[in-house]
Design a binder for this molecule. Sequence first.
Ligand SMILES: [Cu+2]
Length: 395
Amino acid sequence: MKVSRRAFLKTSAATLMGAGLPGYFSSIAIGKEKKSIKEFRFSASTARVNLGAGPDFVAWTYNGQVPGPEIRVKEGEIIRVVLKNYLSQGTTIHWHGIPIANAMDGVPGITQKIVKPGETFVYEFEAKPAGTFIYHSHAKYQLDQGLYGPLIIEPAKSEESYDREYSLTIYYLQFAGHSLTITHADGNPIKPIETDVLRIGMGERYDVMCTADNPGHWFLAASEEGFGEGQLRVPIRYQGVQQKEPTMPSFHPRLHMASYENFQALHPVEDRGTERPRSYEQILSGGMHSPLWSINNQVYPDADPLVVHNGERVRLDYWNHSMMPHPMHLHGHFFRVVNPALPRERWIQKDTLIIDPMQRIDVEFIADNPGKWFHHCHNLYHMEAGMANVVVYQG
Ligand SMILES: [Cu+2]
């Protein structure tokens, strides 16, 4: 199988071409255990980039590349990232999906002071759990301007075997001539499930496997919600196949698309926390005649915090009153998607969940990571327009 480097989507393999710094190893003693440190140096700066099709453009980058360098470590290693800000405005890095110590979470004004132009900030945290994560700037629209990249934590003991691995960032994904098998949702293992089309919201991650059993020249392609087939496509050609033009998948409504209700946790998830959850209704609205987006009609930062106590089970009862989907993301915790059709220990764990227009769906998390944590829509335009609040621990 060959993936062209001229693909519009950059694959993680393509970061080899850029200034990806492999980092160096040293070690640190935490308690009695000695952990190895993997250090990365990130320069946030503007740079001229080309995504493989179309003209060059100026993007905001880590080390001059979009996406930023791949961070790939083993579970239990210490990740140290030395961030130097060469941009004209403040920045931070958020380690999306990792239940990290609060001070390292990278939300300006909530967990740290913004890193001003010319300043340096050192992030350091243990790589756990294993899974597929992303890192990105949590300031303004910097993520959309190019400040994001993949963070892969490999299990201490490998679970699956595969021949090749690529990381992508997209919306509806389809591989012409092939089905996809979803194995992980937001880094958490699920019972493998087949799908023709994979829907991915901003901030969500899926690990999928695919068997190369249909020789040809195909496109792995994405279509953007509401915008039809886009330009996001990667040609994949089997060795020895002559066909010049790759075949596009067709995005038609009869294709099978696995969704949250079809997912169940691969391994039973240990149930902790209080028996009865503390419950918060979260009504998502906005968009119609207003530039603002809100939770419970409150526009962040003028929004009530969600107060929790250490050790408690907390339920967020989402109800989307708007006509747009909202990928809601909670920092510092995995939540479980409430699925009454399954026993609780099979509910899937995620950190980002799309709430569709008019949909009602609940999640539960255990308040086990004290701090002040941002909770928001991962559509940056909705987030900046107020669809956010903060989880705070009391007592
Ligand atoms: Cu939204």
